[in-house]
Design a protein around this ligand. Structure first.
Ligand code: ATP
Ligand code: MG
Length: 449
């Protein structure tokens, strides 16, 4: 690897003579995490070795280098190389590669099952950004320029696994040792190119517990409002990562302190800082946090805000549904148990919530709310206990179906549904134990008793 090798700028789209226009509205699809980290590492080593045997430069790049130097297991390995996408496909074979990202120089190389896949990206520089979101094109170049287009110094490192050597064009090793998130180059320019980087800065700072370098932070504070123009999908992807990892409460505080919370969550722009600090501590107390739980915490008193936010951030349907369900479940349980606590309630009243597939998330949320004095500890403890019961106990099969009721003489129509619900409640509350008892009960109803 030649440090400081000169940049041979070349245009991706040879036929037009113009840099290739990217219509990259959405980030690349999230690839599944490698099932076996050791196998993933070995495969990433092999891919570098093969590219090198074919005469190209090739190194590990970005997040995986940072994570290894921090002693963490990388979620995946990215490889940067001087080989062009077509050459990468030649070397690994068309059947073992995917060209989804080929327009901006990225080929996915599929490994053996336990290893997952790696992304092999040709060294590139980004053409000027004109819209604060993506470059107008990419040009292939040398390793150094590829390092300089990256966002933060700690993310700009390369590693040569064959020589066991870090290649650092950006001072990333020092900042990693000092624990600082510093933009590569002039922060305001880098954030001006791609506004999403401001959210990434918060994510890395909070996630690693690294403060933002002074100029980097100042630039964010003065440019935060520009995040308005970032696509909702990219904002949501950052929020998903921020909310589900350690440092999530720090991420919320940092969003507030830098002014980023306004463009990201303008549904809550009138909220005092106590609202955010309380949300942050509750989120910290969640065992298995994710974006729907975080939104349920923020929107627990305002289902309408939840629906607006979910739509605006274009969250997946299942995320929106889960967040809304959690809010309704907490409201229902809190109001049902407000007077006498949970023990005296008929089980049938809370069973629909507590037998749901998402019951463990609900118990997690109630526990975190109780730990912060928001809901009753007794209710949270009782719910935690209930959700552990066997599924057949929580949601036993019904004693009779609609057809059986009609055969017994219940008139087809709404009466069937009503009778089914009444039977179900009696069964859940332990007042009907067998099919025979259920039949007797229906007969009694038909006789008007
Ligand atoms: P994570 O562990 O969360 O995946 P990462 O650093 O690997 O963190 P990715 O989004 O996977 O983050 O990106 C891989 C690398 O690509 C980064 O380390 C960085 O070098 C570069 N990169 C990603 N997004 C940007 C961006 N918006 N601007 C500049 N460089 C970026
Ligand atoms: Mg990554």
């Amino acid at each position: 690897m030649v440090a400081g090798s000169s940049c041979l700028l070349e245009i991706v789209s040879d036929n037009t003579g113009e840099p290739l226009l990217l219509s990259r509205k959405f980030p690349l699809p999230m690839l599944p995490r490698a099932p076996d980290p050791a196998a993933a590492r070995e495969f990433a080593f092999e891919v570098v070795a093969r590219l090198r045997r074919a005469g190209y430069e090739a190194v590990w790049a970005g997040g995986c280098v940072r994570d290894e130097l921090l002693g963490r297991t990388p979620s995946d390995y990215d490889i940067a190389t001087s080989a062009r996408p077509a050459a990468v496909r030649e070397i690994f074979g068309h059947r073992r590669t995917l060209a989804v990202g080929a327009a901006f120089g990225v080929i996915t190389v599929l490994g053996p099952k336990p290893a997952g896949q790696v992304e092999v990206a040709t060294f590139r520089a980004d053409a000027p950004y004109t819209d604060g979101r993506h470059p107008a094109g990419v040009t292939f170049c040398g390793a150094r320029e590829d390092a300089l287009r990256r966002d933060f110094t700690i993310n700009g490192l390369f590693f040569d696994p064959l020589e066991d050597e870090v290649i650092d064009y950006v001072g990333g090793q020092l900042d990693l040792a000092d624990g600082i998130v510093r933009a590569i180059g002039v922060p305001s320019m880098r954030f001006g190119e791609d506004h999403l980087r401001m959210l990434r800065a918060v994510r890395f700072s909070a996630g690693f517990g690294f403060p933002l370098e002074r100029e980097t932070r100042r630039a964010i504070e003065s440019m935060a409002h520009l995040v308005e123009s970032v696509s909702p999908e990219r904002i949501a992807a950052e929020l998903r990562a921020m909310c589900s990892r350690p440092g999530r409460s720090e991420a919320i505080s940092l969003l507030v302190d830098t002014g980023l919370v306004e463009p990201v969550f303008h549904e809550f722009s009138d909220k005092p800082s106590a609202f955010w600090s309380s949300a942050a501590t509750i989120l910290d107390a969640i065992d298995e946090p994710d974006l729907p739980l975080a939104l349920a915490i923020l929107c627990r008193d305002d289902a309408a805000a939840m629906s607006r936010l979910g739509k605006r951030l274009r969250l997946a349907n299942h995320e929106r549904k889960l967040a809304a369900w959690l809010v309704s479940a907490v409201t229902a349980i809190v109001s049902a148990t407000a007077v006498d606590g949970p023990a005296s309630l008929p089980w049938s009243e809370l069973q629909p919530w507590l037998a749901d597939a998402h019951r463990f998330r609900l118990a997690d949320l109630l526990r975190a709310l109780a730990a912060n004095g928001i809901t009753a500890t007794e209710t949270a403890a009782w719910v935690s206990q209930q959700v552990e019961r066997p599924a057949t106990d929580l949601d036993p099969p019904p004693l009779l179906g609609g057809d059986a009721l009609i055969a017994l003489g219940v008139p087809a129509g709404p009466a069937v549904g009503q009778a089914l619900r009444r039977l179900r409640n009696l069964q859940l509350d332990g007042r009907l134990a067998s099919q025979a008892e259920a039949v007797e009960q229906v007969k009694a109803w038909l006789l008007g008793r």
